[in-house]
Design a protein around this ligand. Structure first.
Ligand code: DX5
Ligand code: ZN
Length: 227
């Protein structure tokens, strides 16, 4: 059974509170917070995501799944740790200074009480994250280019999901694989079959009329075991 992380990027301010409440009632597992700084990606959602995160923390009991699409990872970790999210995920492409710096960031998130995720964009190989897999809780495989909602899933990214799951099993590792971007009922099935554990769902869920039935359907997707 997969978990659902609702991306609230496309939620309109006018009905935000009602939407958050309805998503919780529909039994999503997390709220996915897309923090964009206007530097790592073009859009800037710093203000909106902070406001939404505070509102969500006040009115729901669900964990925040914070996806940092930012250059200055350190600064945003400090800011979000105050809300004790379930996960804080940063992009490996955003961190300069090599292995030591990445290990420092991982430690900072853990010491702050959140689980650690590392994200990779569609053109980044899974080899870049292999040295850190034993220290982290989640890998976010971007299934679209980071930057905006409502895009089409790039199918070659699911090959990375498959390879990573295989690598995890062969090396007795344990972490969740999250996919993010272009997830709908068809691509969700493909992603889960490839080995995804957590599905980030934005526009497909938010645009739907019945959150609960979409969530129920997506949670039921099953992995194919090929061993
Ligand atoms: C893209 C974001 C995604 C996105 C998902 O940069 O990380 O979380 O908002 O939205 P959909 O599901 O509409 O692709
Ligand atoms: Zn995201």
């Amino acid at each position: 059974m997969s978990e659902i992380s609702a991306s609230i990027l496309s939620v309109k301010k006018e009905n935000a509170i009602k939407t958050f409440y309805n998503l919780e009632t529909a039994k999503v597992n997390y709220f996915h917070i897309d923090v964009m700084d206007g530097k790592f990606v073009e859009s800037n959602t710093i203000r909106d995501m902070k406001d939404y995160s505070l509102t969500i923390s006040h009115i729901t009991n669900l964990g925040l799944d914070v996806h940092l699409m930012v250059k200055n990872v350190d600064e945003f970790i400090d800011e979000y740790l105050n809300l004790t999210p379930e996960y804080i995920t940063f992009h490996i492409e955003a961190v300069d200074g090599g292995k030591d710096n990445i290990e420092k960031i991982i430690k900072k998130i853990k010491d702050g009480g959140s689980k650690v995720g590392i994200a990779i964009s569609p053109n980044t190989s899974i080899d870049t994250i292999k040295p850190f897999l034993k220290y982290i809780h989640m890998i976010l495989i971007m299934t679209v280019e980071p930057g905006k909602g409502g895009q089409k899933l790039i199918s070659k990214t699911l090959t990375k999901v498959k390879e990573l799951k295989k690598y995890m099993r062969e090396n007795n590792l344990d972490f969740n694989i999250e996919v993010d971007g272009g997830i709908n009922d068809i691509t969700a099935d493909e992603a889960v079959k490839a080995g995804a554990d957590i599905l980030v769902v934005g526009s497909y869920l938010i645009k739907s009329k019945d959150y609960a039935s979409v969530v129920r359907k997506l949670k039921k997707m099953e992995e194919i075991e090929d061993e």
